[in-house]
Design a binder for this molecule. Sequence first.
Ligand code: F6R
Length: 368
Amino acid sequence: EKGGFDWFMLKEIAEQPRAIADTLLGRTDGQGKLVLDEVRLTDQDLRDVDKIFVVACGTAYHAGLIAKYAIEHWTRIPVEVEVASEFRYRDPVLDRSTLVVVISQSGETMDTLMALRHAKDQKARVLAICNANGSTIPRESDAVLYTHAGPEVAVASTKGFLTQLVACYLVGLFLAQIRGIKYEDEVAAVVAELHRLPEAVAQVLEQMEPVRELGRSMAEADRMLFLGRHVSFPVALEGALKLKELAYIHAEGFAAGELKHGPIAVVDEGTPVVVVVPPRARDLLHGKVVSNIQEVRARGARTIVIAEEGDEDVVPYADHVIRVPRTPTLLAPVVTTVPLQVLACEIADSRGFDVDQPRNLAKSVTVE
Ligand code: F6R
């Protein structure tokens, strides 16, 4: 049932190209337009949206953080992202023109469910992004966009996460299309790029042997830092979460620009620091992140750098470079997350832990 893989998690990582393709299937028309008839909110409802909340827990929350960059850019609608357990207890400002997007792989997470009920009580429209057909969260939502990842068995979410990202992009582009605003040309271009993602992820997966080897060399690490900026910041958070939950190594993700405001103090000789570098097309940020790599290296960090093909600027400061194909910036998390999944899985395995069933964790958290 693990299809020749040592762990369900590795099998599910390998299924990601297929999962992404299935999540896109039938949702675009070949001319770069989105066809989301299944989202049963009227065009008028969607045109009236003046504020979006994305609400979720854990890995799904990280998908929401990335969604914010994309949805705000394409639609110019303000987006707030919040963990469900905080959202529901703080009296957020909600009304009829608020769209609340809840993201949940299992569709049964209690905190997310309670947040959605609260949003509905306040008359907000609720759209669920969910993987489990017919589960409670989509049943109670006004509309649902299913991710077609297929069942996720490993406790740590992998294909669930990548397909949540794809679904978030679809929601953002769909809103942009309906509202007919200035990024219309860009919508068609991005839709074409979305269809290239399965191949891009497959390419990353083909190059995972050195990453697994690297993981095996890191079994003794006692802490790790993950750095990124812009959409790579939530990717850094996700990399750190995966490592904590699977390998029981204390890890933190930071916005690289925050380094000097505190975190750099913990870097010393040999501290592994993973840096997710933005595409070179984003000149300003790219240069700044390269300087950040230099800064941590100067304090003795062992630098593991995830950078796009052909980015030679990072080479002088990287102890290890992991290559990913070029993608548009907003879509980059789909490819840059994959090596972090593999790394966490391999480190946990080499420390002798059960990758699929980490201690203290359950696949779906149906209590608060
Ligand atoms: C981490 C992980 C959890 C879940 C979170 C939400 O790998 O799997 O952080 O993402 O418990 O679960 P769902 O998406 O089922 O609501």
